[in-house]
Design a protein around this ligand. Structure first.
Ligand SMILES: NC(=O)c1ccc[n+]([C@@H]2O[C@H](COP(=O)([O-])OP(=O)(O)OC[C@H]3O[C@@H](n4cnc5c(N)ncnc54)[C@H](O)[C@@H]3O)[C@@H](O)[C@H]2O)c1
Ligand SMILES: O=C(O)C(=O)C[C@@H](O)[C@H](O)[C@H](O)COP(=O)(O)O
Ligand SMILES: [Zn+2]
Length: 371
């Protein structure tokens, strides 16, 4: 029996592409990749954890389809989104003789996807890439939408480009080899879609989060398809985050990126964990402004904690002063004419972009917030 296939189109005119979601898809990826093959072998870029776990499946599938490929394995972890790794990867692509029409393949989580996408954006002023995301976070968020980046010393994703993939292949079964902490971190970005504008989906998360985190196929497939559809719709409306619509996807990220900067982009705090704490802080700050009920923030915090995610500075293990965290925030890419707009909420599913936030007040809130 053929497994259920969900295809989500990302409608971006000549940059349009499909996100294909199907259990076991990695074993059939060769067929899907065949139309993108050229005379050169595909370069497949992965990391030291994903390679041993998932490359044999992709390799066998490529071989069955008669397609040649060479594997490039980079170190695992956030520190791979660096100048050093970008240089090594772009050198390797050029040495491979890559042409603009060629596709490189990102097989991995958000780190590999963001780095490979950025390399593809700049080599020969732009060649093509395909995303095969292998973490929950990458399947529900980072593989779709074309934000690519590395980190700079000053902050998160400060060097990058908008560069859309040509195809995204999602096999939820690849999550079977992912560690539980990484699954939970990805789940934070799932919950984000409910908090942004979909109360019914947040209700679904409260009821089905435990099944999803336990790897139940039905909950996993539903949450991935729902999240990808939500992201694709927003990206199609505002590809380059100019109208304010795409900025909604940044809920929890201004706080979250500051926490990641404070913990040195290390394994101490994963991106999804930082976003979880950041979303709880955004809701907490919305309560302080009298815009959101204490009951709603209570639900958000309770669900994040029940899912094993941090929902406060203390949970995230961050002790920095409010002023120091606000200093990190000054590098946020939403900063405009000296003002930093914040994603705040009038309730669950009612996120909006607030343009009147006083950073001194944010610092005071962070100093006062204890749990
Ligand atoms: N471009 C975007 O729109 C966007 C969106 C969200 C997050 N991001 C970025 O994504 C990054 C985080 O991505 P992530 O959470 O996927 O982290 P990650 O890529 O570091 O993966 C997490 C860990 O899981 C391992 N791993 C991945 N897939 C595996 C598998 N199937 N089996 C076993 N191990 C596996 C990796 O080696 C790594 O150790 C951050 O840098 C964040 O900024 C980008
Ligand atoms: O796709 C988007 O737009 C997002 O904001 C998704 C976020 O989950 C993601 O972490 C993104 O990389 C953050 O973007 P940035 O512009 O704040 O670096
Ligand atoms: Zn994110």
């Amino acid at each position: 029996m053929t497994p259920t296939t969900t295809i989500v189109p990302v409608a971006l005119g000549e940059r349009s592409y499909e996100v294909v979601i199907q259990a076991g898809l990695l074993d059939r990826a060769g067929e899907a990749l065949a139309p993108f093959a050229t005379s050169r072998p595909f370069l497949v870029i992965t990391d030291a954890h994903v390679g041993p776990a998932q490359w044999p499946r992709l390799q066998a599938s490529l071989e069955r389809a008669g397609l040649a490929a060479e594997l490039v394995t980079l170190p695992a972890g956030e520190s791979t989104k660096s100048w050093q790794q970008l240089e090594a990867l772009t050198d390797r692509m050029i040495e491979h003789g890559i042409e603009r029409r060629d596709h490189v393949i990102a097989l991995g989580g958000g780190v590999i996807g963001d780095l490979v996408g950025f390399a593809a954006a700049i080599v020969k002023r732009g060649c093509n890439f395909i995303q095969i995301p292998t973490t929950l976070l990458a399947q529900v968020d980072s593989s779709v939408g074309g934000k690519t980046a590395i980190n700079s010393r000053a902050g998160k994703n400060l060097l990058g480009a908008f560069h859309q993939p040509s195809l995204v292949l999602i096999d939820p079964d690849t999550l079977d080899t992912l560690g539980p902490r990484e699954v939970r971190a990805g789940y934070a970005e799932v919950v984000k879609y409910g908090l942004i504008d979909d109360l019914a989906f947040f209700d679904y998360c409260e009821a089905n989060g435990p099944a999803l985190l336990a790897g139940k196929a039905e909950a996993r497939a539903y949450a991935i398809a729902k999240s990808v559809a939500a992201k694709a719709a927003i990206v199609a409306e505002d590809e380059r985050e100019t109208s304010g619509r795409r900025a909604l996807l940044n809920l929890g990220h201004t706080f979250g990126h500051a926490l990641e900067a404070e913990t040195g982009f290390s394994d101490k705090l994963l991106h999804g964990e930082a976003v979880a704490a950041g979303m709880a802080l955004a809701f907490g700050y919305s309560v302080r402004r009298g815009e959101c009920s204490g009951q709603d923030v209570g639900r958000v915090v309770a669900h994040l904690r029940a899912s094993g995610l941090p929902a406060s500075l203390a949970d995230a293990g961050v002790r920095a002063s409010g002023a120091r965290l606000v200093e990190h925030m000054l590098h946020d890419k939403k900063m405009s004419a000296g003002t930093l707009p914040f994603l705040l909420a009038r309730g669950i599913g009612q996120t909006y972009l607030a343009k009147d936030v006083d950073l001194a007040d944010v610092a005071a809130f962070l100093d006062e917030t204890s749990d």
